[in-house]
Design a binder for this molecule. Structure first.
Ligand code: 13P
Ligand code: SF4
Length: 337
């Protein structure tokens, strides 16, 4: 079959499946192949900490949502391969209209982003015309376009604190992060009722029992967790902040209340320390994000080889969604983040 015909057939299947389902020669060393494709195509692989260990190890940069957006803004690569979820790759595309942005599996969505559909949010916003909108980056381009400033868990507090005390604010879509920021800043932001399925499912009861069994361990938690878990945490922060804390704090063991992918870097950075994944309220011992974990090394290799699936976006939407992201990046520079 000709390459053109092959690609046309695979692209048609891609529309249905969301990823390339092409057989890979089992003798190939995918690590070598991915490195070769990076060099040949001037491509960069950006990965979030929740990706599987092999993907983290092959990435050019691993980071939290803010770090990934900053890398996407400054890269001179021709192709950005995003090992993360859709809203992250979409953010990279918004910042790079002339670069090719690839996501190994288009099905890698986000429950938090899905909890805030643009038409419903638009109606909500219209009911509060005197409020400005700060949206957590875990949202669609449609929500970004309706926002004044984007934030991440690394800069949300500083962004909110940079606004006048009497400024009325809508915070979307994460009610847990929004509630936490309200608590630490003393604000009363109006919260959209969204949440992350991964961080909401931690069991307070099981974590409490774990703490009793490991009294020396510090509980570190992501602010997407529910208030009850945050209340008993020793440290709260974005994935990068949790990673730094686990490396620099004097404690030797940590109970980690966020997605388990981060444990790979924690263990790498502090091999002598002990990291225990906080248990969810189900039969599992640890907590994986089903969206993040849709990406595999095989899908990553295929998407680099065939340059598919690609993130595309209507230009008017891209321009509208870029404005609040630029604002966040500019404020983060001012804060030294
Ligand atoms: P950060 O890595 O920015 O803390 O975000 C966590 C998360 O849930 C990403 O989906
Ligand atoms: Fe979305 Fe939660 Fe998964 Fe992050 S961990 S991608 S917020 S569902």
């Amino acid at each position: 079959m000709s390459d053109v015909k092959f690609l046309a057939e695979e692209t048609a299947k891609l529309d249905i499946k969301g990823f390339l389902d092409v057989e890979i020669d089992p003798t190939l060393d995918l690590f070598d192949e991915i490195e070769r494709l990076k060099r040949e195509k001037n491509a960069i692989v950006l990965a979030h900490y929740y990706q599987e260990p092999d993907i983290q190890d092959i990435a050019d940069y691993i980071g939290d949502s803010l770090g990934l957006a900053q890398q996407a803004e400054k890269t001179d690569a021709d192709i950005i391969v995003f090992a993360g979820v859709h809203f992250m790759a979409e953010t990279a595309k918004i910042l790079n209209p002339n670069k090719k942005v690839l996501l190994p599996d288009l099905n890698a969505g986000c429950s938090l982003s899905d909890s805030c559909p643009p038409p419903l949010f638009k109606a909500f916003k219209e009911k509060h015309p005197d409020h400005i909108v700060i949206s957590y980056i875990n949202c669609s381009a449609g929500i970004k376009a309706l926002s004044d400033i984007i934030c991440t868990s690394s800069n949300a507090r500083q962004i909110v604190e940079s606004l006048p005390l009497d400024q009325k604010i809508i915070f979307a879509p994460d009610k847990n992060l929004g509630g936490y920021i309200n608590k630490v800043t003393g604000r009363n932001m109006l919260l959209w009722n969204g949440a992350c399925m991964v961080h909401e499912i931690f069991s307070l009861e099981k974590i409490t029992r774990l703490k009793e069994r490991h009294p020396e361990a510090k509980l570190i938690a992501h602010p997407e967790c529910e208030e009850a878990v945050l209340r008993i945490a020793d440290f709260i922060g974005s994935t990068t902040q949790l990673l730094k804390f686990s490396e620099t704090d004097e404690a030797q063991s940590f109970i980690v209340a966020t997605e388990t992918g981060i444990l790979h870097q924690m263990q790498k950075n502090a091999p002598d320390k002990t990291f225990i994944a906080a248990p969810p309220d189900n039969a599992c011992a640890c907590n994986d994000c089903p969206h993040m974990k849709l990406n595999t090394l095989e899908k990553l290799y295929l998407c680099m080889k065939y340059e598919l699936p690609e993130i595309t976006m209507e230009e008017q939407l891209r321009v509208a969604a870029k404005r609040p992201i630029d604002k966040m990046l500019e404020l983060s520079r001012q804060f030294g983040l």
